[in-house]
Ligand binder design. Structure first.
Ligand code: FAD
Length: 351
């Protein structure tokens, strides 16, 4: 049986919920299909010590302020999960889970959404599947002969299992710095980054990142010079544990190694180090495999968009993922605005 609906939102993390909030206000008929059994999106999989890089008041979805977490300036992932669960209940968002969207196909005037729980037919599909599900790891010579353990940010849960082990953390972004700080004092840590780590000034947190992303979008839209956005400011928010490890000493970065042997990394000058584990904090890519049948990807693997709307398929919108679907749209505070503009556009299309 195929279920007919105006809009299918794929993914019930923060982006899917922000879409739902604005679609509801716009009077659209929609359903949100989420692959997980519980609310919370990627936050359900964060490591134990992960804290937001902005205070609660600056980490809110549209309509409802995130309440502060007792005793914490920067809320932890558990607090975010609670907030998202409350959010979808409060606004009675029609989330169905667990439902995994396997493919979206053109079907005459509609799009057919095939899932592991049946088929939906929609006028518009919003893809909000995030990036957590597609960890990226660069290829490196010897990567397959290293005898130790290799894992990605997405598989890291805390320092306990690495106590006393020789651990190499790769990556100069927020995840790399936070995981390196988390391991300092537990493991024999080596932190490697492709370039010298760039810490943001201590007084700057996620609020400034949002402002910078917005200013960049506005400049580009107005045909002005690229301000550089967030990357012009730095890469690493100096959240308290990172600041503390940086000041105490263990967050001294080594350059990136050039290859791996069975025992560990080797640098360009021939020096090597023995390692028990390598943690790749090397980012994520958008989880878009369900859209493959639409054939929209460019040669970089991206789906070009105007705002949130796919250039090659006006019935498809993409929300979250990164700045390419709206300034800071992969953050809690940033996703609201593109979600609102998207809902307006969809309502106009549906008439
Ligand atoms: P997700 O949270 O990944 O949700 C997507 C949902 O879609 C999931 O429930 C998933 O199961 C589901 N899904 C995926 N594929 C399918 C499918 N085929 N069918 C059905 N459902 C599917 N942001 C901030 O605002 N502040 C921070 O401090 C912050 N810190 C971060 C720290 C780290 C280490 C990382 C990685 C990110 C951080 N972010 C932060 C960024 C951002 O908030 C998250 O990446 C956020 O989870 C993105 O939300 P989303 O809804 O787009 O995707």
């Amino acid at each position: 049986m195929t279920r007919l609906v105006d809009v299918v939102v794929t993914g019930g993390g923060q982006a899917g919920l922000a879409a739902g909030y604005h679609l509801k206000r716009a009077g659209a008929e929609f359903v949100i299909l989420d692959a997980q059994g519980e609310p919370g999106g990627a936050w359900r999989h964060a490591w134990d010590s992960l804290h937001l890089f902005s205070p609660a008041s600056c980490s809110s979805l549209p309509g409802r302020l995130m309440p502060p977490q007792a005793g914490e300036t920067y809320p932890d992932a558990g607090h975010v999960i609670g907030y998202l669960a409350d959010y979808e209940q409060r606004y009675e968002l029609p989330v169905q889970r667990p439902v995994r969207v396997q493919a979206v196909r053109r079907d005459g005037e509609r799009l057919r959404v095939e899932t592991d729980s049946g088929t939906w037919s929609a006028h518009v599909v919003v893809s909000a599947t995030g990036t957590w599900w597609r960890p990226f790891r660069p290829a490196i010579p010897g990567g397959d002969i290293f005898r130790g353990r290799q894992l990605h940010t997405a598989g890291y849960s805390g320092p306990q299992e690495f106590a006393g082990r020789r651990v190499v953390v790769v990556g100069g972004g927020n995840s790399g710095a936070q995981i390196a700080a988390d391991l300092a004092g537990h493991a024999d840590l080596t932190w490697v980054t492709r370039r010298e780590p760039r810490f943001l000034p201590d007084e700057i947190d996620g609020r400034a990142l949002f402002d910078a992303a917005t200013a960049r979008r506005q400049a580009l839209d107005a045909g002005l010079d690229d301000t550089g956005g967030v990357t012009a400011l730095g890469d690493i928010v100096a959240v308290p544990p990172v600041r503390e490890a940086r000041d105490r000493g263990p967050l001294k970065a080594q350059p990136m190694f050039t290859r791996l042997t069975a025992d560990g990394p080797v640098w360009a000058d021939g020096t090597g180090a023995a390692a028990d584990a390598i943690i790749w904090c090397t980012g994520f890519r958008p989880a878009l495999s369900h859209l493959t049948p639409l054939g929209l990807r460019d040669r970089h693997g991206h789906i070009p968009t105007t705002g949130t709307r796919a250039v090659g398929e006006p019935r498809l919108h993409l929300l979250g993922y990164g700045d390419w679907t709206g300034p800071a749209s992969a953050t809690l505070i940033g996703v609201g605005r593109p979600a609102r503009e998207m809902a307006r556009e969809i309502a106009a299309r549906l008439g």
